[in-house]
Write a protein that binds this ligand. Structure first.
Ligand SMILES: Cc1cc2nc3c(=O)[nH]c(=O)nc-3n(C[C@H](O)[C@H](O)[C@H](O)COP(=O)(O)OP(=O)(O)OC[C@H]3O[C@@H](n4cnc5c(N)ncnc54)[C@H](O)[C@@H]3O)c2cc1C
Ligand SMILES: NC(=O)c1ccc[n+]([C@@H]2O[C@H](COP(=O)([O-])OP(=O)(O)OC[C@H]3O[C@@H](n4cnc5c(N)ncnc54)[C@H](O)[C@@H]3O)[C@@H](O)[C@H]2O)c1
Length: 476
């Protein structure tokens, strides 16, 4: 007989998002079960953010150091790849989740290991690796936080060629001699940067016109120039038509639509994500298996008063920090609704409304040079019907950048809403701009008037002086 256990809240998926929903719901005094079928900590901790950034940090530090007079000569050699990979292994806790399990325990949540599936409203079955089954019922809410997985295109020979996805690209134990990367989005650009620096000869195949197409166009141009200077071969406007690996463990052959062929030791497909909802029992609650889950600003799934979908799985912003923001909001909303004493605060920028998902999503791409953006690009703002003006600034024009690196190259853009004289978006590309981004996020989120930003004085001589130049540019 299947055991049934009742909780206030059942969270399916213990990635960073599920962990934070559990934390906020437990803090609201609710009993919480967390269901996880791989590692507590999710994709981000073991096959995404943490390992990728651990691989990239030495590459970026070396690129920066090579631009510093007096230091340049000391950093001309190759990276110590085994040391970098060992550093990465440490940051992913050697793919063990004991630390995160202890943390779940410390917040009072109960972990159920196994695959969770919805089984009608407020019911989740858990199937353990040994086939044992349990049923969990939720008095107040079920939160689906099952994240996303890599999508592979439907190409002849691909499955048999055993391509890399983001999982292999972040966990490989040695640098392939020749690596083909397909896709010029964030994963493709970051992983091309990392493996080129770790000694692979990288060919980056992009079907569109440039890299990082969701950011302002000048970002991809700066990153492509630097990646090419680092030795990568970037080919734009090409698509893969077939992949073949005749001998297991041997090289792969890649056919392109321009008639050329390439040979490589590994091929990485960084061609986007799909929601992990295909084997989740969605059909038992009237939803389509395999679909992204649409939610309101409290992360409640439309047509229900008990099912929440938080993080990658709702497709609002496939980023850990934004998913954790949604998780804090959804967890608190679940608490307030369970309490029933007062309605949730769901107005724009309310305590239970993930308003920033629409207005101010920040992102840093950790390549060389770094790229950082928040809010809308110029094209997005215009398409949304805003009357805007873009102000651009060459980052080489501020004293701090010249001190940071010889021959510093970078650019900044702010998009000003001319009706309200506030910023709708800011984009930066250049060494070390990632740490500048939060100033822009605050300006956009808080809708700080340009007239008041004029009084926010950047310290001299920092790269942040770009703010002053942008504001001077706006004032003419
Ligand atoms: C290579 C790469 C690098 C990235 N780098 C960054 C970065 O630098 N910064 C950033 O903000 N974002 C980054 N991202 C995006 C980030 O990884 C995701 O946005 C984040 O992991 C989403 O968190 P999540 O909790 O929604 O999902 P996940 O982290 O995917 O966690 C979902 C969890 O649910 C579990 N699960 C799924 N289905 C079930 C089920 N039926 N039953 C039980 N458990 C289940 C999974 O095993 C997993 O543990 C990166 C992504 C990739 C691929
Ligand atoms: N530093 C970070 O914040 C970070 C790092 C990595 C990933 N992420 C997140 O993870 C998510 C997934 O990243 P991603 O790079 O896999 O997806 P993406 O959607 O950013 O990029 C995928 C790219 O692949 C291209 N593509 C799709 N199908 C193709 C095909 N058949 N052939 C050639 N190209 C094809 C698309 O045009 C697109 O440019 C992103 O939304 C990103 O925000 C964030």
């Amino acid at each position: 007989m299947t055991e049934t256990v009742e909780y206030d809240v059942v969270v399916v998926g213990a990635g960073p998002v599920g962990e934070n929903v559990a934390d906020r719901a437990a803090a609201a005094g609710l009993s919480v079960a967390v269901v996880e079928n791989e590692l507590v900590g999710g994709e981000c901790s073991y096959w995404a953010c943490m390992p990728s950034k651990a691989l990239l940090r030495p590459a970026i530090a070396r690129a920066d150091a090579r631009k510093v007079p007096g230091l340049r000569g000391a950093v001309q050699g190759p990276l110590d790849a085994p040391a970098v990979l060992a550093h990465r292994d440490g940051h992913v806790s050697h793919w063990k989740d004991d630390g995160q399990v202890d943390w779940l325990d410390s917040i009072g949540a109960r972990l159920h290991r196994g695959r969770g599936r919805l089984d009608g409203p407020r019911r989740v079955t858990v199937e353990g690796a040994d086939g044992a089954r349990q049923t969990l019922t939720a008095r107040h809410a079920v939160a689906v936080c099952t994240g996303s997985r890599a999508v592979l295109p439907d190409l002849p020979g691909l499955a048999a060629a055993r391509p890399w996805t983001s999982r292999e690209a972040t966990s490989a134990q040695q640098a392939p001699g020749r690596l083909v990367v397909v896709g010029g989005g964030v994963v493709g650009t970051e992983m091309a940067t990392a493996w080129q620096a770790l000694g692979s000869a990288v060919t980056l195949l992009v079907r569109g016109g440039g890299l990082l197409p969701r950011m302002e166009p000048f970002v991809g141009e700066h990153v492509a120039d630097a990646l090419t200077e680092a030795g990568a071969d970037i080919r734009t406007g090409v698509s893969v038509t077939a992949v073949e690996r005749p001998e297991p463990g041997g090289p792969v052959t890649v056919a392109l639509d321009d008639g050329t062929r390439l040979e490589a030791d590994e091929i990485l497909f960084a061609t986007g994500r799909a929601p992990r909802t295909d084997d989740l029992g969605l059909e038992t609650v009237g939803l389509e298996p395999g679909s992204w889950l649409s939610v309101d600003d409290t992360c409640l799934v439309g047509g229900t008063d008990w099912l929440y979908a938080v993080g990658d799985v709702n497709r609002r912003a496939l980023l850990t920090h934004q998913g954790k923001y949604q998780a804090r909001i959804a967890g608190a909303a679940i608490g307030v609704r369970a309490d029933g004493a007062a309605p949730p605060d769901t107005g724009p920028w309310g305590a239970h409304s993930a308003t920033a998902d629409h207005a101010a999503v920040p992102q840093v791409v950790f390549c060389d040079p770094e790229a950082a953006s928040v809010g809308l690009t110029l094209a997005e703002a215009e398409a949304a019907g805003h009357r805007v003006r873009a102000v651009d600034q060459d980052l080489a024009g501020v004293a701090g950048s010249g001190l940071y690196a010889d021959g510093y190259r970078g650019r900044a853009r702010m998009v000003v809403d001319l009706e309200r004289e506030i910023l709708l978006g800011v984009t930066l590309v250049g060494p070390a701009v990632g740490e500048l981004l939060h100033s822009a996020t605050i300006a956009v989120t808080a809708e700080v008037p340009v007239a008041r930003l004029w009084h926010a004085v950047p310290a001299y001589p920092t790269i942040s002086e770009v703010w002053l130049r942008l504001l001077e540019g706006y004032r003419g």
